[in-house]
Design a binder for this molecule. Structure first.
Ligand code: HEM
Ligand code: HEM
Length: 138
């Protein structure tokens, strides 16, 4: 069970990053050019939200079964333990909230505005800053 979830969360992270970048670039492009919201941008936004939400749900389950997310009296003193037990979950949760707000803001206007693009960029910054890069890419 742990193994499957760990692999899923690890692989799905590529899609999460990809959709985050695509969301920011595309919504930013539409906003700069003051384009009307269309089916494409609405669908991209929908799937970005879906991908982030699924990663969140798997992450929360993983949090309770992963040996890396354990709490001891040394958790805050150990940077890696602190990353898994606290910084990663909190910042990723913030990213999911930001993307969700970006998606609902995007859906509310006919002309694409800059706000969802900026929220998308902030979400991406949260994700990139707290990925355990060494463990992920090795
Ligand atoms: C703890 C679990 C979850 C919570 C609390 C949650 C919460 C939310 C909230 C508050 C929204 C915003 C709705 C709005 O904009 O009006 C939303 C949107 C969305 N969620 Fe979740 N969600 C969860 C799990 C999931 C899962 C597992 C999926 C799919 C695999 C998912 C897919 C989506 C999609 C696609 C949207 C965008 C809907 C749209 O644009 O019409 N969510 N979710
Ligand atoms: C939504 C954005 C998220 C992304 C992009 C993401 C990405 C990642 C990545 C790349 C790893 C490293 C996987 C590896 O070592 O191969 C990881 C591990 C982990 N993530 Fe996330 N994550 C997200 C959200 C969350 C959330 C919300 C939680 C918990 C509430 C969470 C809990 C964990 C845990 C516990 C691990 C360690 C798993 C293990 O190796 O035992 N993640 N995450």
């Amino acid at each position: 069970m742990y193994n499957i979830l760990q692999h899923f969360h690890s692989g799905w992270a590529y899609l999460t990053l990809l959709m985050g970048v695509l969301f920011f670039v595309l919504v930013g492009f539409y906003a700069i050019n003051k384009k009307q919201r269309n089916n494409l941008i609405t669908k991209i936004s929908f799937f970005t939200t879906l991908v982030f939400h699924l990663q969140l749900v798997i992450g929360v389950i993983l949090y309770f079964v992963s040996p890396y997310a354990q709490w001891t009296e040394n958790t805050m003193k150990d940077p890696l333990n602190r990353l898994y037990a606290m910084e990663h979950p909190l910042m990723m949760f913030a990213a999911v909230v930001l993307i969700t707000v970006a998606n609902s803001k995007l859906k509310k206007t006919e002309t694409v505005k800059m706000a969802p693009a900026i929220l998308g960029l902030l979400a991406l910054a949260c994700v990139v800053s707290r990925i355990p890069w060494d463990a992920w890419l090795s």
